[in-house]
Design a protein around this ligand. Structure first.
Ligand SMILES: NC(=O)c1ccc[n+]([C@@H]2O[C@H](COP(=O)([O-])OP(=O)(O)OC[C@H]3O[C@@H](n4cnc5c(N)ncnc54)[C@H](OP(=O)(O)O)[C@@H]3O)[C@@H](O)[C@H]2O)c1
Length: 303
């Protein structure tokens, strides 16, 4: 039988990926959910360790008797750099303390490669790479998993798209729509985390789901799921960018400009990793099997 580990889940079980990890791994491992805000939905059997990765005073209690660490914490906004810097400092300190007390495995939810211009200029990306380079210098096995867009009962991508589509009965076509994305279900990412904890994953894993859609195909499928005829608002890349910039400037953040550029760069159609003995969830089946009332209700943004 596989070893039952006491796992510090940094970022906790209440977010999009944390929820998948709770559903997939709570029966196999003892999860210690380390995050800032208590979640009434945190189920019995999950230990809540209140803490903040930017506050090292919360680390010693959280790390007590831990066998492995899984880190989910990051923020979706592109900046400010000061927040990402503090987060990197905190996570580096957490990793140092973990290594000092003999913890040998760290699973890092990472990000797929982005266009070089974004990798250089957006704190969301370059601070993340800085963190991961530092983790690799610690005397631990560090496994990085790089998921494409993640879908879940309350994700902030597909569910947001459906919600907008159902409200406006039309949807933007950014550029030609021929760039790719391979959405992966949160529980399938969680399964990969389980494989990493068991030492069965290579140090770096690109994680796409079973279907590699062009953006145009993805949106057409969503129109079909919503029971609507496809109606597009066609926008050239330049106009798309200016529109998203303007929306961001007035505080509307369903899509950031760096996310639009990343999507249109055609780097998000990641391959499916090997998954012997498990079938990965297909997005269309997932959406069609969900009660309509549950569609289009994304999770609130991380505070
Ligand atoms: N969702 C995707 O499509 C996707 C795709 C690729 C990679 N990823 C990566 O996967 C990871 C998880 O993403 P997600 O979408 O699940 O995020 P999420 O839903 O925002 O969850 C992140 C969790 O981290 C906790 N957190 C935030 N700041 C913290 C801090 N300073 N200290 C302790 N806990 C903190 C939050 O809980 P509290 O507010 O209670 O602290 C939150 O529930 C991120 O690293 C993200 O970049 C996500």
């Amino acid at each position: 039988m596989a070893e039952r580990l006491r796992v510090l889940l940094v970022g906790g079980t209440s977010g999009v990926l944390g929820g998948g990890i709770r559903a997939e791994l709570a029966s196999r491992h003892q999860l210690v959910s380390f995050h800032r805000h208590p979640d009434p939905g945190e189920s019995p059997g999950i230990e809540f360790a209140p803490g903040d990765v930017t506050d090292p005073s919360t680390f010693p209690t959280a790390l007590r008797d831990i066998d492995a660490v899984v880190n989910l914490v990051w923020y979706r906004a592109p900046g400010p750099d000061s927040l990402f810097r503090r987060t990197v400092e905190g996570l580096r300190e957490l990793a140092r303390q973990a290594a000092r007390q003999g913890i040998r495995r760290w699973v890092q939810i990472s990000l797929p490669p982005a266009p070089p211009r974004l990798e250089r200029s957006v704190p969301y990306l370059f601070r993340r790479r800085e963190l991961e380079a530092a983790l690799l210098t610690e005397p631990m096995d560090v496994v990085r998993i790089q998921p494409s867009a993640v879908f879940a009962p309350r994700d902030r991508l597909v569910q947001v798209m459906l919600q907008l589509m159902e409200r406006h009965h039309r949807f933007p076509l950014w550029g030609d729509g021929e760039y790719h994305v391979s959405p992966i279900h949160t529980r399938d990412v969680a399964w990969l985390v389980g494989e990493a904890l068991a030492g069965r994953l290579p140090p770096l894993t690109l994680a796409g789901g079973p279907d590699r859609y062009t953006y145009r195909q993805l949106v057409e499928m969503l129109f079909a799921v919503a029971g609507l005829p496809p109606r597009w608002v066609r926008l050239s890349p330049g106009l798309a960018r200016r529109l998203v910039q303007a929306l961001n400037a007035v505080g509307y953040h369903a899509l950031y400009t760096y996310e639009l550029d990343w999507l249109m760069s055609d780097l998000l159609g990641l391959p499916e990793p090997p998954h012997p003995g498990r079938s990965f969830v297909r997005l269309e089946e997932f959406l069609r099997s969900r009660p309509r009332a549950e569609l289009g209700t994304p999770a609130p943004p991380s505070r």
